[in-house]
Design a protein around this ligand. Structure first.
Ligand code: FAD
Ligand code: NAD
Length: 464
């Protein structure tokens, strides 16, 4: 095979890499994208999309179960059963459709895609082991978008019943007993989904509470739901490894005592680490930021014309951050003047109920030295939430006391992930409390709670 040349070489076809490639193609930049596995990366194949599909299955099953037990509005249904294999097949079908969609978008924008693992030879060249032999690609610019992978605990290596999120998303059946190590995003999103589907779930968390990234006011409705599902939570607890029988999990509990937890599957979800190993990155002599590739506000690395985006560059490891960075890098390479100057990156935890945060929390505002106004509006006073039988939760707004500039918006409740768009826009447009209070929010919607929270911060909520 002859060597390939391009203006831009993108290594990694996840949200960061494929978005950069599409945008580069739109801007007429000759681009080659290398992907060792399936297009769409972690997000589309083994992350955001399949997990949300599984959560939807669980929520639907959970609703059916609730109505079978006692329907508040007289719906009569029998106890539901789930063909789990079919649910997994449905989830895989969505993933395949999106895979094909990404491939079509790349093709439409004249991106050449090379399949196989890339090894960097220097800051402009890589070699890819393709099915039909090695391919060398040389480019003026290189974008590293190799993503991340699950952290493995040395005393609890993946294999057999010890699984990562990847295996958890393709189990042959709902495990009867599931132990989840780590009560972060993955542990709780998937742990609660399997709990809803009937697994007996135990969560082992090293911190003193679940979802330690969020304040307890936000996590309280999630904790209530976990209790209702009968999920056992051990906080201040450490997983120690498998018991001698190779089946049960040994845990040091908060009181120091060692406990043995029987399980059919042990999902280890204690974070993700960047993919920086085993593909010749050391040849590039890049400055690092801990385990991550160091980047500046343009996603430039310490080497000229070598760029990096997404999980490989650090927290927050979110698909929409990777995409926004990728789009920007393509525009910079095409000659535009851009910096990554977003006011806020929305953050959603797709537990049941969901948590959404944009900007800063009250505690973070205090830490930053702001004097603040707070508005808090419960869904129990929101008509739409009542009609959806989903009254647990609230919307909260944090604003500067001196000029009412909104610093943060948070919510917990059923379906609040969709409020992220309004929250993000408010922050990005520099909204003040009066802007939110003065916008007409359609009735009846859960969005009205945003307006009421802003009114409340201004001292005149109408429906409370
Ligand atoms: P990735 O998506 O990891 O893509 C990197 C790509 O590079 C991969 O396809 C990999 O195969 C390829 N690659 C790596 N090395 C090489 C090489 N040497 N040669 C060729 N190719 C290579 N984020 C959200 O925003 N919302 C969510 O709801 C959400 N849910 C998640 C649920 C789970 C279970 C998990 C695991 C993650 C979730 N995330 C979510 C995080 C999200 O998936 C990542 O932030 C996102 O995928 C990062 O995009 P990326 O392009 O940086 O990397
Ligand atoms: P996480 O950082 O969200 O949670 C890890 C949890 O494990 C933490 O609560 C931590 O205290 C705990 N922990 C760490 N070591 C432990 C140990 N030895 N024993 C017990 N508990 C331990 O990480 P995650 O859930 O693995 O998710 C990884 C990343 O994937 C996230 O940071 C996020 O960026 C991304 N993600 C995002 C979403 C979303 O946006 N909805 C969903 C899933 C994953």
């Amino acid at each position: 095979m002859g060597d390939m040349t391009a203006k831009l070489l993108v290594v990694g076809g996840g949200p960061g890499g494929y978005t950069a490639a599409i945008r580069a193609g739109q801007l007429g930049c000759d681009t080659v994208l290398v992907e060792r596995s399936r297009l769409g990366g972690t997000c589309l194949n083994i992350g955001c999309i399949p997990s949300k599909a599984l959560i939807h299955v669980a929520d639907t099953f959970g609703h059916a179960m609730e109505h079978a037990r006692a329907s508040p509005f007289g719906l009569e249904v029998g106890r539901p059963t789930l063909d789990f294999a079919r649910a997994v097949e449905w989830k895989d079908g969505i993933v395949s459709r999106l895979n094909a969609g990404v491939a079509a978008l790349l093709k439409k924008n004249r991106i050449r895609t090379v399949h196989g693992p890339a090894t960097m030879l220097d800051g402009k060249t890589c070699r890819v082991e393709t099915d039909i032999g090695p391919q060398t690609i040389r480019a003026e610019h290189v974008l590293l978008a190799t993503g991340s992978e699950p952290v493995e605990l040395p005393f609890l290596p993946f294999g057999g019943r010890v699984i990562s999120s990847t295996e958890a998303l393709s189990l042959p059946q709902v495990p009867a007993r599931l132990v989840v190590v780590g009560a972060g995003y993955i542990g709780l999103e998937l742990g609660m989904a399997f709990g809803t589907l009937g697994a007996e779930v135990t969560v082992v968390e090293a911190a003193d509470r679940v979802l330690p990234r969020y304040d307890t006011e936000l996590t309280r409705p999630v904790v209530r739901r976990m209790e209702a599902l009968g999920i056992t939570v051990l906080t201040d607890a450490e997983a120690r490894g498998l018991a001698a029988d190779g089946e049960a999990l040994l845990v040091r509990a908060a009181d120091g005592a060692e406990r043995t937890i029987l399980s059919d599957a042990i999902l280890v979800a204690v974070g993700r680490r960047p993919c920086t190993q085993s593909f010749g990155l050391e040849r590039l002599d890049l400055a690092m930021n801990g385990p991550f590739i160091h980047i500046d506000e343009r996603c430039a690395t310490s080497m000229r014309n070598v760029w990096a985006v997404g999980d490989v560059t650090g927290e927050p490891m979110l698909a929409h951050r990777a995409m926004a960075q990728g789009e920007m890098v393509a525009e910079i390479i095409a000659g535009e003047r851009r910096v990554f100057d977003k006011v806020a990156i929305p953050d959603i935890c797709f537990t049941t109920p969901e948590i959404v945060t944009v900007g800063i929390s009250p505690a973070e505002a205090h830490q930053a030295g702001w004097e603040i106004r707070l508005g808090h509006f419960p869904f129990s006073a929101n008509g739409r939430a009542m009609t959806k039988n989903a009254e647990d939760g609230f919307v909260r707004v944090v604003a500067r006391a001196d000029n009412n500039l909104v610093l943060g918006l948070q919510a917990v409740g059923h379906g609040v992930s969709e409020l992220a768009a309004a929250f993000g826009l408010a922050l990005e447009m520099g909204a003040r409390l009066e802007d939110i209070a003065g916008t007409i929010y359609a009735h009846p919607t859960q969005g009205e709670a945003i307006q009421e929270a802003a009114r409340k911060a201004l001292g005149h909520a109408l429906h409370m």
